[in-house]
Write a protein that binds this ligand. Structure first.
Ligand code: SAH
Length: 347
């Protein structure tokens, strides 16, 4: 009953103390999870009905100067077969995506020095002039304030930069010393003040994470109020220092999706590929927990296997049209519908 009361409070005031978030995570039963899920789904339906927004994900490079301990494309991974897409290849992906009904393209990649401001500005300009009704989202890691401004002025609408964990010590256990929690958080603030719609997010079940860190992540989401929040289970990659660590779970991820929906009912909340990787119906179950976005892959099939952030990533063999069709059928199977729309946050 205490958990129901906390959930009701969250549903009405959209705020709990960090201790209360912690209590909720620590003590919830299966029955409580169902209760919270029902609240989350009705909150989501009030704002977004049964529509699911789609973003076409274009993985533009797996070359990265960073060495995040969890990530399969970290620079120390000598077994990673590196690639980068040319601006022409990126445009072809966008053209195909447009004809499949995508109105948002997400350019994601490692921190590859080839993608200078100059190169990205040209690509953003071409996409925006060919498809003025589309939103462009960047997910290219940490850059300077100047760079974020230039890319914004070139037409980029949104930027995804997961904070990864809201606890500094935990951040330092996941990243090498040359990376810093303060810089990551500062980038998020700069992105917001530049004018982007901003996405933050974290991995569920990342190594050394406890419920205390998760409670801090939830408090951070409540306070920062990102327009989007990408969460998915951590999944080990065989060629990283975390190869033998345990993956995050479906149950925890779905529960946290519901809680985040209650924290900020309007938020854009993807049901991620990582969730679809740990369970055959993970993405459907994410939607049924309160998520409202899916991000099918638009990358050329010959590079998909190479953008392997974690082991056994799904959707690496299909053509874009198949991925789009497959997700459409999956969403229909649970009573939801993919819409052709930029999918902006409803405020
Ligand atoms: N370079 C960009 C894009 C990173 S890839 C950036 O820094 O933002 C996108 C996300 O994949 C990361 O933010 C991370 O949360 C997630 N990711 C990386 N490795 C993962 C793993 N092993 N398991 C689950 N998610 C992972």
């Amino acid at each position: 009953m205490i958990i129901h009361k906390l959930a009701d409070k969250l549903n009405s005031v959209h705020s709990l103390t960090t201790e209360e978030y912690r209590f909720l995570i620590d003590n919830r039963t299966k029955e409580d999870e169902e209760y919270i899920k029902d609240l989350a789904v009705s909150a989501r339906k009030k704002i977004y009905g049964n529509s699911v927004f789609v973003r076409g994900l274009i993985e533009i490079s797996n070359i990265c100067k960073n060495d995040c301990f969890y990530c399969g494309i970290r620079k120390s991974n000598k077994n990673c077969d590196r690639y980068r897409l040319s601006p022409e290849q990126i445009m072809l992906c966008a053209e195909e995506g447009y004809s499949l009904g995508f109105r948002t393209f997400v350019l994601q990649g490692g921190e590859d020095p080839f993608f200078s401001d100059e190169v990205l500005i040209k690509i953003i300009g071409e996409i925006k002039s060919s498809f003025p009704d589309c939103a462009v989202t960047l997910s290219m890691g940490e850059r300077s304030r100047d760079s974020y401004e230039r890319l914004y002025n070139a037409g980029a609408d949104r930027y995804l930069l997961r904070h990864e964990t809201a606890n500094e010590e935990h951040y330092n256990m996941l990243h090498p010393p040359e990376m810093s929690y303060k810089n990551r958080m500062n980038c998020l603030k700069e992105l917001r003040s530049t004018g982007y719609q901003v996405g933050a997010g974290f991995m569920v079940g990342s190594p050394f994470q406890t419920n205390a860190e998760l409670a801090e992540d939830l408090k951070f989401i409540e306070l920062f109020k990102p327009d989007m929040c990408g969460i998915g289970p951590f999944i080990p990659h065989k060629d990283t220092p975390f190869a033998n660590k345990k993956a995050g779970t479906l149950e925890d991820t779905c529960f946290l999706l519901s809680v985040i929906r209650l924290i900020y009912p309007n938020i854009l909340l993807p049901s991620t590929t990582a969730l679809g990787t740990i369970h055959p119906r993970g993405r459907e179950l994410g939607i049924l927990s309160g998520a409202n976005v899916v991000m099918p892959n638009l990358s050329p099939v010959n590079v998909r296997k190479k953008y392997e952030l974690y082991d056994n990533k799904i959707c690496t063999g299909e053509e874009s049209a198949e991925c789009r069709g497959c997700l459409e059928a999956r969403m229909k199977s649970v009573g939801y519908e993919i819409v052709t729309d930029r999918g902006d946050i409803k405020k």
